[in-house]
Write a protein of this length. Structure first.
Length: 384
């Protein structure tokens, strides 16, 4: 499995560099949100109307908005990949993406007097402040993880300061009725709330006690409607267990693991697509934007702590993801993972939504997170 993971990460990095999602390909102007495939894409008109910054290519559109969360995920991938692919320049690309974020993008709110200090605006196409719980959670979490692994970058960008500033803002947004309306996303669902808990657990520090209390209360009361939400919940709960202790969070981790595994296909390990609001649903559909990508990450992390069935299912999903990685001759797609795969037909597909489906190829949320999970599997390390 380790060899397969390394091969898949290598192919995916080459896709990032040659597909057109980075112009120039060294990351100086960041990473686009996704590619939207033209052929058979029923949601294409809605995508182009909803997101007005795009570049047309012969077979797809590059949806050009530079999102902070997608760029942080890509930067983390390139920085870590430099350690296993020395001499390829991936580390410099990762640093260039960070330079874009902190120095060129204008996405970071630096004013202490701002309503949400330290936040990253959703993307450069927004004229007003648009701040989501889930996206900001990734910005907090990855800033802290890069600061852990690369202290020289923490010093260069003041990453830990900005992450902890944003964590305080996020906590206020989650708990202060006067601040909550400034934020977007349904905190009651793990897609937003569990990722917020994951980020707060990573931040901790002098706020450890109040963050722990919030996270425990959140997980004890959260309603989880489908396997996608269980996957987010598992990610958040695992990090809470690591940072806050096993006693309260281990039963939650075990509960979420059991819920996910109970609906996974025994042969492939795949959970079904049930997140019907943003992507097509079906037992034969592998959703790589909201479900499979997070389920494999969460199960792998739980497996490092619990072993057994978690590790087995995560291994099956990783093997599946390796097997379906795009191998077409077209460099726009070769090495990527698209947004949905139909196991009944053995092809990419299954339908489209304007933020999900087989014809959306996300840089963050799909490609970088899957490649990161494979990278951590190859290195034998935890993402936390």
């Amino acid at each position: 499995m380790k060899t397969k993971c390394k091969q898949a990460v290598d192919k995916n990095l080459q896709w990032f560099c040659s597909s057109g999602v980075m112009v120039p390909e060294n990351g100086l102007w960041g990473v686009a949100e996704r590619l939207a495939v033209k052929s058979g894409n029923a949601a294409l008109d809605e995508i182009l109307e909803s997101f007005p910054a795009w570049t047309e290519k012969s077979d797809c559109y590059v949806i050009e908005q530079r999102r902070a969360d997608c760029n942080f995920q890509a930067a983390w991938l390139f920085l870590l990949a430099d350690r296993i692919f020395p001499g390829c320049g991936y580390g410099e690309t990762g640093k260039n993406i960070l330079d874009f974020l902190y120095c060129r993008s204008g996405l970071l709110e630096r004013k202490k007097s701002a309503d949400i200090p330290g936040n990253w605006n959703w993307s450069h196409i927004k004229r007003d402040s648009v701040v989501y719980f889930d996206d900001e959670a990734w910005c907090i979490f990855i800033q802290l993880r890069i600061a852990d692994e690369f202290p020289e970058l923490d010093k260069r960008y003041n990453m830990r300061f900005w992450a902890e500033t944003l964590a305080e803002s996020l906590y206020a947004g989650a708990t202060d009725p006067d601040k909550t309306p400034l934020w977007r996303g349904e905190l009651a669902k793990p897609h937003w709330g569990a990722l917020a808990a994951m980020a707060l657990a990573q931040s901790g520090g002098k706020n450890m006690d109040k963050y722990r209390k919030f996270c425990l209360e959140y997980f004890r009361n959260v309603d989880i409607p489908n396997v996608s939400e269980y996957a987010y919940a598992l990610l958040g709960a695992v990090n809470c267990m690591l940072k806050f202790g096993r006693e309260d969070f281990l039963p939650l981790v075990e509960k979420y693991v059991d819920a996910i595994i109970s609906v996974c296909d025994p042969a492939s390990g795949l959970p079904p697509s049930e997140h019907s609001r943003e992507t097509p649903a079906g037992k034969n559909l592998a959703d790589l934007i909201y479900t499979v990508n997070w389920a494999v990450a969460g199960l792998r992390e739980a497996g490092l702590l619990l072993g057994g069935k978690c590790t087995e299912i995560a291994g099956k999903i990783l093997d599946f993801l390796h097997s379906i990685q795009d191998d077409s001759a077209n460099k726009t797609f070769n090495g990527c993972w698209r947004g949905m795969y139909d196991t009944a037909t053995g092809k990419w597909g299954g339908g489209d939504r304007f933020e999900g489906g087989g014809n959306s190829i996300y840089t963050g949320w799909t490609n970088a997170p899957i490649a990161l999970t494979m990278l951590f599997e190859y290195m034998g390390k935890s993402m936390f």
